[in-house]
Design a protein around this ligand. Structure first.
Ligand code: PLP
Length: 392
C-alpha cells in the first residue's frame, strides 16, 4: 500500500518555517507564521486565559467524554459573539464546537457536499491558502473571484463580475474581517451589495471569521456577517478562537449553520454531529471551556483583544511611514490602511527570495507577510530591505 501512495511534498509554509528556525543570523525576522506576537516577539497566553485556566484546574472537572457538539456553553457564547443579541437572529442558528476554524470549515464543506455534491465553492483570489484544499477535499468544484483594491478602496465590481456565473446552491466564501492574505476589507456599502447579490442569486455565503476583534473592534467586525445573516435564508459561519483568544494550539472554533427559521434547523442539526463522529468524534474540551469562561465574563478579555488590535494598527502605521521615508513606490502605500495581521507586498517570488537570502527576512513567496510578527525595532530595517529588493 505504502508504495502506491501518490507523492506529496512537505507543506511549503511549514518547510519555510523550519528553514527560518535553522537560520543562524541574529537579525532574522519571521513574518511567515500567522500568529500574534507582542513587542518581545512572543505569542503570549492572554492574562484572561491564564485566569480561566487556573480556575478550571482548581475546579478539577472530570475528563469524561463530553458531547459531539462540544461544550454547549461555549456554543451559546459563540453564537452571541458572532450574531449579537438579536433573538430573531439567534433563533435561526445551530452552532457546534469545532477543531479550530479549520475544523469548522471542513465540517461545513462536508455538510454542503452531502446536500449539493455538484455545488461550486467560490473563494477570493488572492485567498487563504488552505481554502482550496479544504473545499475540494469532499469533491466540490472550486472557483475564484478577484479580490483587490483600487485607489478608491475595495473593487466590488471585479468581485461581482467574477461571481456572476455562480448558480443557486453554490457557496461563496467571504472573510468576515481582516482578509487573509491581503488585509483588504469590504466597507459597509460593499457588504450590503454582496449580501443582496447572494440573496438574488440564491448562493450560500460562508463567512470565515478568523480575526474578529483585530480589524475595527469586536462588534464592528461582525457587522458584515450580521447583515448577510439578516438578508439571506441560509448562511454558514466558520469561526476561530485561535487569534482573538490566543488559543492556537488548543484548536478551538465553531461551525454555525443558519437557516430560514428555527424549524428548518431541526432535521439539519444531527448531520454535522454525524460528520464529526466519523472523523474525530468529539472536539477537545480545554480550549472551549476557557473560551466559554471568557465569553461569559468578557471585560478583561475584550481589553486584551483591543490592545492587540491597537498594536496591529500602530505597526501598520509605523511601517507605512517608514516605507514613505525610504521613498517606497505607490504599491506599498495601502499597507497602512489595510486591516488585520496580513498584507500582500507588491513583490514577486524573486524579491521575496532576496529578502530571505540577503536580509534574513522571511515572508512567503506570494509576498505575504504577517505585520504583527514585527517588533518596532525591526520596522526601519524591514522598510530599507523592502525598498532594496523591490523590482527584482
Ligand atoms: N480561516 C482563515 C482566513 C485563516 O486565516 C485561518 C488561520 O490562519 C483559519 C481559517 C484557520 O484557523 P485555525 O487556526 O483556528 O484553524
Amino acid at each position: 500500500m505504502l508504495a502506491d501512495l501518490p507523492h506529496a511534498s512537505p507543506d511549503p509554509l511549514w518547510s519555510l518555517i523550519s528553514t527560518f528556525r535553522g537560520d543562524p543570523r541574529p537579525e532574522r525576522m519571521d513574518l511567515v507564521v500567522g500568529m500574534y506576537r507582542d513587542e518581545t516577539g512572543t505569542t503570549p497566553v492572554l492574562a484572561s486565559v491564564r485566569k480561566a485556566e487556573l480556575r478550571l484546574a482548581e475546579a478539577g472537572a472530570s475528563k469524561a467524554y463530553r458531547a459531539l457538539v462540544g461544550n454547549a456553553t461555549f456554543n451559546v457564547g459563540m453564537a452571541h459573539l458572532l450574531l449579537g443579541q438579536d433573538p430573531a437572529r439567534l433563533a435561526r442558528q445551530h452552532t457546534m464546537q469545532s477543531v479550530g476554524g479549520t475544523g469548522a470549515l471542513r465540517l461545513l464543506v462536508e455538510l454542503v457536499a452531502r446536500a449539493t455534491p455538484d455545488a461550486t465553492v467560490w473563494s477570493s483570489d488572492p485567498g487563504y491558502v488552505n481554502h482550496r484544499p479544504l473545499m475540494t477535499a469532499p469533491g466540490l468544484r472550486f472557483e475564484t473571484y478577484r479580490l483587490r483594491e483600487e485607489d478608491t478602496g475595495f473593487d466590488l465590481g471585479a468581485m461581482l463580475e467574477d461571481l456572476a456565473p455562480a448558480r443557486p446552491g453554490d457557496v461563496v466564501i467571504l472573510h468576515g474581517c481582516c482578509h487573509n492574505p491581503t488585509g483588504i476589507d469590504m466597507a459597509a456599502d460593499d457588504w450590503a451589495e454582496v449580501s443582496a447579490f447572494c440573496a438574488r442569486l440564491r448562493v450560500i455565503p460562508l463567512v470565515d471569521m478568523a480575526y474578529q476583534g483585530f480589524g475595527d473592534g469586536m462588534q464592528a467586525d461582525a457587522a458584515g456577517l450580521r447583515r448577510v445573516v439578516d438578508e439571506n435564508p441560509t448562511v454558514l459561519v466558520a469561526a476561530s478562537c485561535s487569534k482573538n483568544m490566543g488559543l492556537y494550539c488548543d484548536r478551538t472554533g465553531a461551525a454555525m449553520v443558519i437557516g430560514p427559521d428555527a424549524a428548518a434547523l431541526v432535521p439539519v442539526s444531527p448531520m454535522p454531529e454525524r460528520i464529526a463522529r466519523a472523523s474525530y468524534s468529539m472536539p477537545p474540551e480545554h480550549g472551549a471551556a476557557v473560551a466559554a469562561a471568557l465569553l461569559a465574563a468578557p471585560k478583561g478579555w475584550l481589553r486584551e483583544v483591543e490592545a492587540m488590535r491597537q498594536r496591529v494598527a500602530v505597526l501598520r502605521a509605523e511601517l507605512g511611514a517608514a516605507l514613505e521615508a525610504e521613498g517606497a513606490g505607490g504599491g506599498f502605500a495601502s499597507l497602512g490602511r489595510q486591516k488585520g495581521m496580513f498584507s500582500l507586498l507588491p513583490l514577486g517570488d524573486r524579491a521575496m527570495q532576496r529578502l530571505r537570502e540577503e536580509h534574513a527576512i522571511y515572508g512567503t513567496d506570494r509576498g505575504l507577510i504577517n505585520v504583527v510578527g514585527l517588533t518596532s525595532a525591526q520596522i526601519a530595517p524591514l522598510a530599507r530591505a523592502l525598498v532594496r529588493v523591490a523590482g527584482s
